[in-house]
Design a protein around this ligand. Structure first.
Ligand code: SF4
Length: 241
């Protein structure tokens, strides 16, 4: 398979078109792309997303049923017994800091937002332990407000696709926002995360098994031999770890 994209010679318009083609092609390749965290309402998604820092979604999903069952609203988190909460969060790592964030979030929601999770980025980022990434996850998946989530996968893939040269997540988000249609921001992030987990790995991307290759200037960064590449592709269970 030949390299077909020379990003250095690409016009801004051509890059925009290619970015949108990539989003569509990723949709065909990963039609099941969606957020992996389990939740039933905006508060649960907010809590699960905070817990997913430095932890796999699979592990968070194992822990959250007990957490959500014990703490059903913002006031419950605000009033949580710290030791009990820490014990529940321990498997997700950094459990003391995460317990702090959850108690702080519960307190802030109860005091400033009537106990409800706000549906605005400017409000969400005022909550303890909540940055733009977490806020965009919540906006996109619990409120239907388009948001680009720049996690490690989205950052890496955006650079491999030559849609940005930035490493700072806020700048990557800004570059992507200028290329991808607003209505696709949330799903584009989900698709890139799926692609990063399954095929376009950090160390050895499975280029020879990648149907986005014709749109990707980084083709060849991983093995291009189809058989060798196929062995690198991860299924759902492996990718979720
Ligand atoms: S796997 Fe290779 S060809 Fe596919 S998106 Fe990643 S770097 Fe590009």
């Amino acid at each position: 398979m030949a390299i077909t994209v020379d990003a250095s010679a690409e016009t801004a318009l051509a890059r925009t078109r290619r970015a949108r083609r990539i989003v569509r092609a990723l949709g065909e390749l990963h039609p099941d792309a969606r957020i992996a965290l389990h939740f039933g309402n905006p508060l649960e998604l907010l809590i699960a997303t905070v817990l997913s820092a430095q932890c796999t979604d699979k592990k968070v999903n194992e822990v959250t049923p007990a957490v959500f069952g014990r703490y059903r609203d913002a006031g419950a988190y605000a009033a949580a017994d710290r030791e009990e909460l820490e014990a529940l969060l321990r498997p997700t790592g950094f459990f003391r800091a995460k317990a702090n964030s959850l108690i702080g979030i519960g307190t802030a929601l109860a005091e400033r937002f009537g106990g409800e999770v706000p549906g605005r980025l400017a409000d969400l980022v005022t909550l303890p332990g909540v940055g733009r990434k977490t806020a965009n996850v919540v906006l996109g998946h619990a409120f239907g407000v388009p948001g680009i989530t720049v996690d490690t996968h989205v950052g890496r893939l955006s650079r491999r696709f030559a849609l940005t040269t930035e490493t700072d997540p806020v700048r990557v988000e800004s570059d992507l926002a200028g290329l991808i249609e607003r209505r696709d921001w949330t799903i584009a992030s989900d698709r890139m995360i799926f692609h990063g987990r399954r095929i376009c790995h950090a160390r050895r991307p499975a280029c020879g098994a990648c149907t986005i290759a014709r749109l990707c200037p980084a083709f060849g960064e991983g093995p291009t031999d189809p058989l060798q590449a196929a062995r690198l592709v991860r299924g759902d269970a492996e990718a979720a770890r």
